[in-house]
Design a protein around this ligand. Sequence first.
Ligand code: ADP
Ligand code: MG
Ligand code: ZN
Length: 630
Amino acid sequence: MDEKKRRQSMILYIIAAIVIYIVLSTVLFPNISPQRQVVEVSYSQVLDDLAAKDVDKIEYDNSNLDIQYTKDGESNTVYTSTAMSGAQESLQEAIRTSGAEQTNVVQQDNSLWTYMLIMYGLPILVFLLFGWWLNRRMKKAMGDDNPSMNFGGGFGGMGGGLGKSGARIVASKDVGVTFKDVAGQEEAKEALKEVVDFLENPKRYEAIGAKLPHGALLVGPPGTGKTLIAKAVAGEAGVPFFSISGSEFVEMFVGRGAAKVRDLFKQANEKAPCIVFIDEIDTIGKRRDGAGFSGNDEREQTLNQLLTEMDGFDNHKGIVVLAATNRPDTLDPALLRPGRFDRRIPMELPDLAGRKAILKLHAHDVKTEPGIDLDAIARATPGASGADLANIINEGALRAVRMHRTRATQEDFEESVEVVIAGQQRKTTVLSEHEKQVVSYHEIGHAIVAARQKGSAPVTKITIVPRTSGALGYTMQVEEDEKFLTTKQEVLDKLTVYCGGRAAEELIFNEMTTGAANDIEQATKLARNMVTRFGMTEEFGMVALGTVQNAYLNQDTSLTCAPGTAERVDAVVVELMQEAHNRAIQILKENKFKLHELARYLQKKETITGEEFMALLMRENPLMPKTPTV
Ligand code: ADP
Ligand code: MG
Ligand code: ZN
């Protein structure tokens, strides 16, 4: 502990001591006070009190005739007086008849001692105890394993509870998760089966002289089941599971993180074979750089300790360290070196089959109407993670309860897809009729542009019910089949669909609204990717002009080209957007009658399905000119 910390805790200690002293002396013992009141009374008053038998204790000094006495029930007041000379006899007589105790008034009273003890002794005792406790705490924080100072320090036995390191320790029966609870992710399971096998019979590997990896790193976007699968490995192998999150290492006391790592591995060593799981390892495993902030010290120390422990442990015992992260690009290369996290197990977002499997797994425990089409839900949710899908099923079940039904229906799940994508319906947002009209034209604009282009996914739903996410309406499109590749034409068509909303507003109302902000953002991002990453423009061809910053989070790209090139990139992006906008205007002009018809219909009904939309779009209206077909 450095000097600063020590001084800080000293100051804390003194402040606490003063506070305790004040509280004790004012709140707890206000009645005890050594300040005895001294009242001078006349000699005749003394005789009166004696006659009234009010006197409790009385002291009489023959040499100087001083009288001191206390009355019954008034032990804090001492009455003093002087006896008249020559009256000793009568005074003695009066005392005897009154029955007062003739004794030393002040000294024999022990309340002063009680007072002293409580006022000074008790606080000192409390301070000593407090100081001892504080000292013990800091020793523990320092990872000082002096057993005499560490009474009952570890609850860290099997079966849950918190150890000194704060690592959650769960015995195998408590994990309650096996590979059966992880849907999809077959490659990850395959890779981890070897680990399970190793944990089950380490001898076989030892016999042949094979060294198993010390650690495996699970990488993938949030919610893909990394934490889940790590637990499942422990569950499959039936070994204890030590889990700790990276953020738990970063503590307020300097040096505590490193102590925790040491402690964690010490416990793991005792319980081997076992699994140590470090979740969100990027919080401590960030690349160390020379020009760090001073605040990085603690993290670096923790990381160094982790590296040391991983090199140090004896792998014959069967300790496997698993770690999870969604920022693999930021990890320190030292962590990925052979002998440490040398295996990298990708956990990607689920594909169509994976999504269906996850939905099925989670829907298993939910009472549903017969004939639920989870396939349709899976198709409507490209890009959803396992956690999203679990959430969709649960939201659907909750909706069924809200509607006072005992079984969830297809509609419940479809609505919950929208809740997860766009937020809850916000019925309190009341749009004016004109606003509703604008939103209707905007959404139908998107839908018509999508329907009139070959490369666009079919429209499945259009709604103008506001959502808590802030969307005033949206058009849902679902691909018929899962796509792994997108052609240039399809990207261009998508750009045009994004422009369709604003284009409709301009065409009909000859005005612009803020409603297109999100469309513009998405479209611009897509256009920029066309230029910088997909190599889809003639001007630049196949040149990477940007790098993806964190692939698993928001996919932000940063430009890696000269400023002059960046300017030209911007120009190309603007051009792409303008072309898409013009195409959208063109399509809507050709379909202006349908645009009016459908927008009015949507405004009235607020939500229409893809089928309704297509039926209306395809219907020949004898009053209107024929719509051109694509
Ligand atoms: P991560 O650690 O990758 O962020 P989690 O393991 O915490 O994700 O997953 C969160 C939840 O999502 C899990 O508890 C589980 O209910 C669900 N989930 C995610 N992936 C799957 C999957 N492949 N199979 C079943 N459930 C999953
Ligand atoms: Mg996790
Ligand atoms: Zn829009």
